[in-house]
Design a protein around this ligand. Structure first.
Ligand SMILES: Cc1cc2nc3c(=O)[nH]c(=O)nc-3n(C[C@H](O)[C@H](O)[C@H](O)COP(=O)(O)OP(=O)(O)OC[C@H]3O[C@@H](n4cnc5c(N)ncnc54)[C@H](O)[C@@H]3O)c2cc1C
Length: 449
């Protein structure tokens, strides 16, 4: 059996995990182990993000992190953990500028200023992007580049953590399954950070990748950590419904609504958001929870579009404006038989983000000694409803914090050594299915199948 030792173990290599690794290394951790059940920096939600990242950079208008906080708390319907929300907003600008310095490529105006748009729920232009649906891929690529330059960070792909190992109530490592060999791997760690992202894959209609099934919540809960707000799941209101869209993300319509507006219509072609207290006369302003409620209510009342959602129409916008806003995406839409100048598409709500998660303090420490969390797996910062753009920000900000505090926690006492999880490790391995622990070829010459 393979055994690994590390100062800081990071489970999950999306935006939060990669930033945590960078931060742990620059905070003095000499051995940082970053592992992922998928490929490092290529699994999970971060690389899929197509829209914006929110931070009070004040590039387009006056702004301040406290105004960002006001909007975050209002969107969260008064149910945010205010201390976490404040950290998110206050530390966002420094993380965004750092990403800029690492050449993420934030879109810029002709003046050279970073472009910031007003996403629904934000009181001013605050949301940055990398143009033509490239925000998440650019964030992930930038962080991958950074971690590859740091010797202290060891990266291991295709390793699924199945259990955390605790000794005397403190997490001291983990047990993982190597997808390639089917072997169990044990890991001793001075501090462990869970950065495994969300759980929206559990819903029938979702925007998730296959590895967003909520592993981190289960790992933390089984280790004795507290979870909060698990009932708060955000539905993205305008997930693509019809016609069939191949090779494009179902949530791609949002960035174009920021740029162009677009009209949300019921099955009879009538606008309906005003019935739910939202006014989109001048801009795309309806927060996700209200838009979702409006569409679901219209469908329930028998006023939905043919496939059970609503129409999203850009037909009133000149073709030249559509081309300028959509860029190369227009051709990809054409290959799917979609011509936005001539016909609307159908959209409907899909599970998109999880506001609940592991309860942490301001150091991103859970209630279990030795166990930290970062990114979407953390609960509380966004209350009952997350503002657009706050999730990537949360991954970067909370990742940086978790890495720093985990590195501090992991520093071995002078002359001390890390405990190697032995007995508790054995019991964690015994919880793996037997066929996984001792893999056999599925078919042999005598196979009955
Ligand atoms: C399609 C889509 C578009 C989005 N667009 C935006 C946007 O424009 N702006 C915004 O702010 N937010 C957006 N979000 C939300 C945002 O992308 C996520 O909240 C954020 O990226 C989460 O980052 P993370 O590092 O916490 O998790 P992820 O990026 O999801 O990474 C988690 C990693 O953990 C790994 N993992 C999971 N379980 C295990 C395990 N047991 N063992 C080992 N590894 C494991 C996964 O393989 C994955 O690589 C979007 C989400 C989706 C799905």
């Amino acid at each position: 059996m393979i055994h690994l030792d590390t100062d800081v173990l990071i489970v999950g290599a999306g935006g939060a995990g990669m930033y945590a690794a960078i931060s742990a290394a620059r905070s003095g951790a000499e051995r940082v182990l970053l592992l992922d059940k998928s490929l490092i920096g290529r699994g999970g939600a971060t690389i899929m993000a197509q829209m914006t990242v929110a931070a009070a950079l004040a590039e387009e208008s006056d702004d301040d992190w406290r105004l960002h906080l006001d909007d975050t708390l209002a969107a969260g319907r008064g149910l945010c953990d205010e201390a976490l929300a404040a950290i998110l907003c206050e530390e966002a600008p420094v993380r965004m500028r750092e990403m800029g310095a690492w050449r993420v490529g934030w879109a810029r105006r002709d003046s050279g200023r970073i472009a910031q748009v007003t996403a629904p729920g934000h009181s001013r232009p605050r949301c940055c992007y990398v143009d033509f649906l490239n925000t998440g891929p650019a964030v992930a690529a930038t962080l991958r580049r950074q971690i590859s330059r740091i010797d202290a960070i060891r990266r291991v792909s295709n390793l699924t953590v199945t259990d955390l190992v605790a000794v005397d109530g403190a997490v001291v490592g983990a047990v993982a399954l190597d997808a390639a060999s089917g072997e169990a791997v044990t890991i001793a760690a001075g501090a462990t950070i869970i950065a495994t992202g969300g759980l929206t894959r559990l819903y029938r209609r979702n925007s998730a990748s296959a590895n967003m099934g909520g592993d981190g919540y289960a790992l933390a809960l089984m280790a004795g950590a507290e979870l909060v707000d698990m009932e708060f799941v955000q539905f993205f209101p305008i997930g693509h419904l019809a016609p069939r869209l191949v090779g494009m993300d179902p949530i791609m319509w949002d960035p174009f609504r920021y740029k162009l507006g677009g009209r949300l219509l019921d099955g009879a072609g009538e606008e309906f958001l005003a019935l739910y207290g939202s006014d989109e006369t001048d801009a795309y302003t309806t927060p996700r929870d209200i838009a979702t409620h409006a569409i679901v209510s219209e469908v329930a009342a028998g006023r939905g579009s043919p496939h059970g959602g609503a129409f999203l129409s850009f037909e009133h916008i000149p073709a030249s404006d559509l081309r300028a806003a959509f860029g190369p995406v227009i051709e990809r839409l054409a290959k799917n038989g979609i011509d936005l100048a001539r016909a609307p598409v159908e959209v409907s709500p899909i599970a998109h983000y999880h506001m609940g998660g592991i309860a942490v303090d301001e150091r991103m420490a859970s209630s279990v000694p030795g166990l930290f969390a970062a990114g979407e797996v953390v609960g509380g910062a966004n209350g009952a409803n997350r503002l657009s753009g706050n999730a990537i920000t949360e991954a970067l900000v909370f990742g940086a914090r978790a890495g720093r505090f985990a590195a501090m926690k992991s520093r071995p006492q002078a002359g001390g050594t890390l405990p190697r999880p032995r007995r508790s490790t054995a019991s964690a391995i015994s919880r793996m299915p037997a066929k996984v622990r001792r893999p056999r070829p599925c078919c042999s010459r005598n196979c009955a199948r």
